[in-house]
Design a binder for this molecule. Structure first.
Ligand SMILES: Nc1nc2c(ncn2[C@@H]2O[C@H](COP(=O)(O)OP(=O)(O)O)[C@@H](OP(=O)(O)OP(=O)(O)O)[C@H]2O)c(=O)[nH]1
Ligand SMILES: [Mn+2]
Length: 174
């Protein structure tokens, strides 16, 4: 529990100047908190290593945090999950998005759990509001792409997959 609180503090500090893309400017940290909360309360995940990785999952991708920081502070197991769910932002966006689809199938179970909850929270946000500057078409494309990623993560957690399927059904993708 002490290490979990340190993850929360570390993620809140790293994301402190970031906002979500919604019009109300929700603090970015709400998203990693939501991902960890979905895993704990909806997927009934009790593995603290997974819950810590959920809090940290966007720190290396979107802040100046490094894998070295994560490994030193939170250990190699948490770090390896964060590594699995971190996109290489030096790659062109199209390549990154394709890699998420192919890498999903080869991920460890722990990384798959974080990926499923990450997609679920992002899709729930997208159902509520269109991010600033996004068109309806871009939202539709995100849903279609997310379905391809999720299809390669299946067989991991029935609660998460049922919730994701509800969002895909609402969009006419299932
Ligand atoms: N739906 C939604 N997403 C928002 C919002 N604000 C920030 N995001 C982030 O935007 C990313 C999705 O937008 P894209 O344009 O597809 O991706 P990009 O930022 O990586 O270029 C997600 O990153 P990610 O968590 O790394 O996930 P993913 O890109 O792997 O799906 C999501 O967390 C918001 O208000 N609504
Ligand atoms: Mn995320």
């Amino acid at each position: 529990m002490e290490l979990f609180m340190k993850c929360l503090q570390f993620a809140a500090d790293k994301h402190r100047n970031q906002r979500r893309k919604d019009t109300s400017g929700t603090p970015y940290i709400n998203h990693p908190i939501n991902v960890a909360t979905i895993l704990s309360t909806e997927a009934h995940v009790q593995d603290m290593t997974v819950l810590m990785a959920a809090l940290l999952h966007d720190t290396v991708e979107d802040t100046d945090a490094t894998f070295e920081d994560i490994e030193n502070l939170f250990g190699p197991e948490v770090c390896s999950i964060v590594r699995e769910v971190t996109d290489d932002k030096t790659l062109p966006k199209g390549v990154r998005k394709d890699l998420q689809i192919t890498n999903a199938a080869n991920s460890t179970r722990r990384a798959k759990l974080v990926k499923l909850a990450d997609k679920l929270d992002n899709l729930r946000d997208l159902e509520k509001t269109l991010p600033c500057g996004w068109t309806e078409e871009r939202r539709d494309e995100y849903f279609k792409w997310a379905k391809k990623v999720v299809d390669n993560l299946r067989g991991t957690n029935e609660h998460l997959e049922r919730q994701l399927d509800n969002t895909f059904r609402t969009r006419g993708l299932l």
